[in-house]
Design a protein around this ligand. Sequence first.
Ligand code: SF4
Length: 220
Amino acid sequence: MSPDWNENTHPQEVIRWALETYPDLLMPSGFNLNGVVLIDLAYQAGYRGEVVFVDTGYHFHETLQTRDRLAERYTGLRFVTLSAGLGPEEWGQERYRTDPDGCCAVRKVAPLQAYLEQKKPSALLNARSREQAPTRAHLGFVEPGERVRINPLAYWSKEQLEAYAKAQGLPVNPLYWSGFLSIGCWPCTRAVRPGEALRAGRWEGRGKSECGLWVGKNAI
Ligand code: SF4
């Protein structure tokens, strides 16, 4: 199990431990604020592995631009973009309207699952934090499992993340500063209104709060 950490342990200490413990570590990313901060912290701590992004076909242009800006900045990392292996008919369907769970399953979760089965990393670096959602309120630095998840930002607040991003001049998705505090696919994301939860802009009115990558029976 992990060393003697507490909520004040700096994320880089967690990352350094993870790099030593799991040299085949791999980092999936959607390039949200948390993700951009994690990329920088991991890079500063010595991570030189892959940053894996799933292109669902529905990303905002600004998100793809953010990915490209990160790839230009962190040339020591390998940015991998995966696409869902859907047939032409399925690409045209607007499944997110009627079956968002199924849409996320085929466009987001399945491509990453397939990639991880091929690469077989023993652990993943992940950018989730407790403050993001009630479903993440008890997140720890390390989630044990067949594929261990390391969550160095578990205890960082939105204010800490923003301050770090500003201090380091990180290429945060410009939509973030317009209220898009959590950014997924454009059909399922809106700006968060004052006083709302950080992920209130995701899947509004569709009874869904997670894409399925991190929770549920097909979680990675
Ligand atoms: S976030 Fe929306 S559009 Fe994107 S994969 Fe999930 S349901 Fe489909």
